[in-house]
Design a protein around this ligand. Structure first.
Ligand code: WTA
Length: 653
């Protein structure tokens, strides 16, 4: 066996650079702020904001409204951070209450579109009234400050309403993605000991009605702490009912006043718990608190996606994930934005549903995931080509490394070569963007570019030395406002997972490299790193090389144990629509990887599949693929978005 080399190899080299659009940069929010502070360049901005207490105080003065001013910006006792200590605050005051004192109250907050095509607009004032009614309803069911409320709802405006209603009275919400099973919902409810659950009767997904109330009932048989269930009526078909426990949303809301006083919280009181499944282990209950989280999400959205008065913002994630919490619900509402919420599936009923929606709603900023981009890429560019989408000015990506070719496709066919792509690296744990372009940043396809101002992201080698131009562990050296406040009832695990590898430094769990310009290139999760003949290679480098072939839409690469090489590489490849698998293509793809990144990374095997196993948030599950490919026990696949894809891995030819 070859000698173990610890550093992670850097193979892929992407040379394209896209300069910022001068007009967009000149008129951007971040540029206005820089001018105010006498800063001229991105370097100057990043340098100045290294004084994190100064920077975040400036932003808090601009964006947050405290009931009682704070005493200190930051108290840092690693790994525990407290922001704006002594301050009294509630995020709902900033997201809703204060808008009632201005004309903002009559502006549209959400434009809802159901999968079947119906639309409905909600003004800030309408949101305010409904949030108050549901907040009062929760109180009437005995929910108090600090109690946990579980929310199991699809993409309806009533989901943010339920979240804000909890926050308003100081209860802690825990949203569970509506695509999860009753068991997954129940486990999370038991873990956080939820008192009340909020759900709906049915919803539409890909032309099918999903019976969410039935699933909730099944979960309630297992969730013993939940005393009451509020059920929003989405379509009105009959549902089973447990008297005394179940309450119709419209009935209980109708009994309540549309005024409800917002609970004055300590700035560091908890706002929510969100469980992340990750790719292994028991879900972690990530905790976020009111004021710091509000500041981090609002600042990043204002600067990165440059939200301004005329914008129509569409973050196409599900609110069940952190992306939706931060960038559909809280940050846009704090900024007073107009947002689109879409209930249904992306390419349904037609492949161009999204592009048609962008045009119809005049969407100016669109934020989605590499998985969605690759799925559209697979369907073919003729679909976005049918739509001029002239309103679009900025695009965004989150969730996985975006392969340079997927980036180019998105830029060319969706952005029409006219929109910068903000590739935002962050995590449920970080609460908000950490590494991301700004409208003034030159872009390199496949790179999240540089840390956000005030964020001290670095790459460390195994000994904890900062390194450049070599693969290593992504770390954050100083606290940031949206930083997680530990894991629910599990301080030990919090310390072990994130803070035990390096002293007082946050370990993100991703491997990455920083190039000579200070740009970050995420190579994948540390658990997925490949090991070939002593070389450690990030999976995303090989996958991106495959995706750069014009016939490939998506690829997953895993290592299989190999006597001589340590691991041999197996690739599972999804071809673009209309392309047939063949032996020639297999050879061509191996050769292509050899040319793109080097012979060492050529996959030993390539299997053609229709899909690769993914989590419900769209991340490729390499652990499952590997287990299946080497004939190990795959374990529970019910949390996958597409369990059938696992079988394909076994049969891939
Ligand atoms: C990955 C989603 C590369 C990364 C907000 C991270 C990314 C994990 C990017 C967190 C990106 C997210 N480029 N990788 N732009 N964004 N990731 O908790 O591995 O669902 O650690 O939060 O997704 O996923 P989570």
């Amino acid at each position: 066996m070859a000698e173990e080399k610890k550093d992670i190899q850097v193979l892929l080299s992407e040379k394209r650079v896209f300069e910022p659009n001068p007009e967009l940069a000149a008129n951007s929010n971040v540029m206005a702020w820089m001018k105010k502070h006498g800063l001229n360049t991105l370097d100057e901005l990043l340098e100045k904001c290294q004084d994190i207490e100064w920077f975040w105080k400036e932003m808090a003065d601009e964006l947050l409204d405290f009931y009682k001013p704070y005493d200190k910006v930051l108290e840092w006792d690693a790994p525990w951070a407290k922001w704006f200590t002594g301050g009294e605050y509630n995020i709902v005051h900033d997201a809703l209450d204060r808008h009632m004192k201005t004309d903002k109250k009559n502006d549209v907050c959400f434009v809802f579109e159901g999968e079947t095509g119906e639309t409905k607009e909600w003004t800030y004032a309408e949101m305010y009234s409904e949030v108050n009614r549901i907040a009062n309803a929760l109180k009437s069911l005995g929910v108090k400050k600090g109690d946990r409320v579980g929310i199991y709802m699809p993409m309806l405006v009533e989901l943010p309403i339920a979240m804000l209603a909890c926050a308003k009275i100081g209860a802690i919400h825990s949203v569970v993605f509506s695509g999860f099973s009753p068991t997954a919902f129940a486990e999370r409810m038991n873990d956080c000991e939820a008192k009340v659950a909020i759900t709906c009767d049915h919803f539409w997904r890909r032309g099918k009605k999903v019976a969410l109330k039935d699933q909730t009932d099944a979960a309630m048989d297992m969730a013993k702490t939940v005393e009451h269930v509020i059920v929003y009526k989405r379509d009105g078909d009959p549902v089973s009912w447990t008297e005394g426990r179940d309450h119709w949303w419209h009935e209980i809301a109708a009994e309540q006043s549309d005024e409800c006083e917002t609970e004055r919280m300590d700035a560091n009181d908890l706002l929510y718990i969100l469980y992340t499944s990750g790719t292994t282990g028991r879900p972690k209950g990530i905790q976020h608190a009111h004021a710091g989280y509000a500041l981090g999400t609002a600042t990043t959205l204002k600067w990165v996606f440059d939200l301004q008065e005329k914008d129509v913002w569409w973050c196409a994630a599900d609110i069940g994930w952190v992306t939706g919490h931060s960038y559909i619900v809280y940050a846009p509402m704090i900024l007073g934005a107009k947002s689109v919420i879409y209930e249904g599936a992306p390419a349904y009923p037609e492949a161009d549903r999204w592009w048609e929606m962008v045009e119809r709603h005049g969407v100016t900023v669109l934020y989605t995931s590499p998985t969605a981009v690759r799925a559209h890429m697979r369907l073919g560019e003729e679909h976005p080509q049918k739509h001029a989408m002239k309103s679009l000015r900025i695009l965004g990506s989150v969730g996985e490394p975006i392969n340079p070719e997927a980036w180019m496709w998105y830029h060319t066919y969706v952005g029409k070569d006219n929109c910068p792509i903000m590739d935002t690296w962050w995590q449920t744990e970080t609460g908000h963007f950490m590494i991301t372009p700004l409208p003034i940043t030159p872009l390199k396809p496949g790179s999240g570019t540089r840390p956000f101002p005030g964020i001290s992201a670095k790459v460390y080698d195994e000994e904890g030395n900062p390194i450049t131009n070599a693969g290593g562990n992504l770390v954050i050296e100083k606290p940031w406002p949206g930083m997680l406040r530990g894991l629910y009832k599990d301080a030990e695990r919090y310390k072990n997972v994130y803070w035990s590898r390096y002293d007082k430094t946050y370990l993100a769990g991703d491997v990455t490299r920083m190039d000579e310009d200070g740009y970050f290139w995420i190579q994948g999760r540390a658990d997925d790193v490949l090991n070939v003949a002593g070389h450690r290679i990030g999976n995303s480098e090989v996958e991106s090389a495959l995706v750069s072939h014009p016939k490939v839409a998506e690829a997953a690469v895993i290592g299989k144990p190999h006597e001589l090489k340590g691991e041999s590489l197996s690739a599972f490849v999804v071809l673009r629509k209309g392309v047939e698998p063949s032996e020639e293509l297999r050879a061509e793809l191996r050769e292509h990887v050899g040319v793109e990144i080097g012979k060492i990374a050529r996959p030993d095997e390539i299997g053609f599949v229709n899909d690769v196993p993914k989590t419900r948030s769209g991340k490729i599950m390499r652990r499952v693929i590997r287990a299946k490919a080497i004939g190990e026990e795959v374990g529970d696949t019910s949390t996958l978005a597409n369990p059938e894809a696992v079988e394909e891995i076994g049969k891939a030819k």
